[in-house]
Design a protein around this ligand. Sequence first.
Ligand code: HGY
Ligand code: MN
Ligand code: MN
Length: 416
Amino acid sequence: MPDNKNLRIDGQRLWNSLMEMAKIGATDKGGCCRLALTDLDRQSRDLFVKWCTQAGCTIRIDKMGNIFARRPGRNNDLPPVMTGSHLDTQPTGGRFDGVYGVLSGLEVIRSLNDLGYETEYPIEAVVWTNEEGSRFAPAMVASGVFAGVYDLEYGLTRADEDGKTMGEELERIGYAGEDEVGGRDVHAFFEVHIEQGPILEDEDITIGVVTDAQGQRWYELTLTGVESHAGPTPMPSRKDALLGAARVVELVNKVGLDNAPVACATVGMLNVFPSSRNVIPGRTFVTIDIRHPDDDVLTVMDKAIREGIAKIAEGIGLEYELQQIFYFAPVAFDRTCVDSVRRGAMDCSYSMREIVSGAGHDACFISQITPTSMIFVPCIDGISHNEVEDARPEWITAGCDVLLRAVLDKAGSVNP
Ligand code: HGY
Ligand code: MN
Ligand code: MN
């Protein structure tokens, strides 16, 4: 780690880049909607590639559309130190989720250029495709393919609600790269991100030294009853799929509360068919998202969900199909990388505390193939996945200052 106490990034330049990027997909409420592989995602990618090229990087794109902007090191036979995140957003996304980590990687490269630093290892700023899992489920697909969690075929065939696949959309927007996905050495990976929760701001702490990330399971549930007339159909004989979905929403919430204080359980999507006001719904589609930092508890929650749904379906006389579409076990990040982040925060004299990530991130999958850790900064009122998502410029600067030092800690600087 360099001992130069003044080793800092240009916070104003980073903030300006974030605000410039936020214009792409800007929403009326001040957020961003750039769903994966839409034309807006393409525009954000093009802007990132332009800025990285201006910063002297070479650009490589792999078959999942992951973008790697490379700054050479003194020894380019060595595997790169990577840092990055995602540019795709939620439908009601904000200006910082993901994009902050992507543009911080660029800012680290820009700052190293300004400082005239040469590193031993090459550095790559990375954009991972489709982290959110909103348009194409599940989440973190492309970092998952890079880490070998999924095969390429699985990744390219994920389809949106209209049946368009990731492979087709990558071709359409011109980001179906030639490089194989993964299968190459990476020296270390760091991801800086807003916390997306209230802890750091509540405790007035600037840097979250992320030690772990909670595990997740995602499910898709289809409940099938019988459409029938809302008038003449007697209540006891109904097979009402929406009633079933309503009870599943209650069940999921109860499973979360029963495993308090850290368990999370959410129904995010509920589609009703035929969705006509005087037809008893014959079919409903429900998504379920459960999370916990302890894999055993996640298993207990899984069992409670499965048993509860079976009971609800039987009680109403519904058929159902429940499919788990996403799972990763709780992640313990690499302790040497966690220490690099801790030292970086200490050298910059930022307040810090250890923290477990409630959200999933590409770092969760990349940690399976290389030493990895994350840096959190607070966000206003802990709100994210919401157009009002916001952060203070000094927090944004602080997280990237620490990232610069953590990256240098692993990339080695050959400057005196
Ligand atoms: O769902 C998550 O935790 C992340 O935002 N993809
Ligand atoms: Mn994110
Ligand atoms: Mn997100």
